[in-house]
Write a protein that binds this ligand. Structure first.
Ligand code: PAF
Length: 289
């Protein structure tokens, strides 16, 4: 069946209400477009759990800082629509910016704690913008389930907190990161990499995985060394490389050391004009099945 494109809120509500009347379970997969296999895997995950899948595409200005790539962010609605159609996605909701942030818009949504540090520490206001748009999309579509990629691990935790705190009746599901054969996590921003940078980029996952393995083994690991290895591999700048608990993204503390409880090793590093992020699980050996 063809993937309908809806741009207006009234049309969206009419379509969703029709599905609801038929007792169908609805999933939302929010994206900013420039779709790749990672996004498409989230669509498939959504389809496994629901009768109808709605993908949204909106390059959200409020989550970009003044010197970030909002203008340059790749946009190709026709290409994205064709990809969604191939996946059998029911609906593409692509609102106009003026419809989302109308004249006099004055409301903010801030999730503290889990949004602090890591990407939040380096991109002031970023998670406020994410929390705002995700809240609006959830309230517009009112899905039973919303799916987000684990590649943006901190974002996923921010959204879980937001939904819990605001009693938004939706289940949040994280989809595993999809990688190229050499380990590079798929990202719309990989398109910015030139050939030399593309050859360096997989070092991020390689180094994270090696240090996660050391931490899992309870051997301890010097994360300064890991940061230095990224620079030696050719990255221009390491924004952060840190261990955090999987639940709540707490930093290490007594009784909460890497390798003692389930955690995540997360990093952001710059290659030329491209900022890459990635994360890998650190599962204590004793917790493994
Ligand atoms: O992960 C993204 O693509 C965006 O941050 C999201 C969740 C669609 C909000 O704009």
């Amino acid at each position: 069946m063809a993937t309908a494109i809806i741009r207006g809120l009234e049309d969206l509500r009419t379509t969703i209400a029709g599905w609801r009347r038929q007792g169908q379970r609805i999933a939302l997969v929010p994206t900013m477009g420039a779709l790749h296999e990672g996004h498409l895997s989230l669509m498939r995950l959504a389809a496994q759990h629901c009768d109808r899948v709605c993908a949204s595409i909106f390059v959200n200005p409020t989550q970009f800082g003044p010197n970030e790539d909002f203008e340059a962010y790749p946009r190709d609605l026709d290409r994205d629509h064709a990809l969604l159609e191939k996946e059998g996605v029911d609906l593409l909701y692509a609102p106009e910016a003026g419809d989302i942030y109308g004249e006099g818009f004055s409301t903010s949504v801030r999730v503290s704690g889990v949004s602090e540090g890591l990407c939040g520490g380096n991109r002031p206001g970023h998670f406020d913008g994410v929390a705002l748009i995700v809240t609006k999309l959830l309230l517009r579509v009112l899905p039973d389930l919303a799916v987000f990629g684990e590649k943006d691990y901190q974002q996923l935790q921010v959204i879980r907190r937001l939904v819990r705190d605001l009693d938004i009746p939706v289940e949040i599901l994280g989809g595993p990161t999809v990688r190229e054969a050499d380990g590079l996590a798929l990202s719309s921003r990989n398109a910015y990499l030139d050939t030399a940078e593309r050859a360096i980029a997989p070092a991020l996952y390689r180094i994270l995985s090696r240090y996660a393995e050391k931490l899992s083994a309870g051997a301890g690991a010097d994360l300064d060394e890991a940061r230095k290895e990224l620079l030696d591999a050719g990255f221009d700048r390491v924004e952060y490389l840190e261990w955090r608990s999987s639940e709540g993204l707490h930093p290490p503390a007594p009784g909460r050391e890497p390798g003692q409880i389930p955690g995540r090793l997360l990093a952001a590093a710059h290659l030329g004009r491209t900022r890459l992020i990635d994360n890998v699980p650190v599962i204590p050996r004793t917790d493994r099945g």
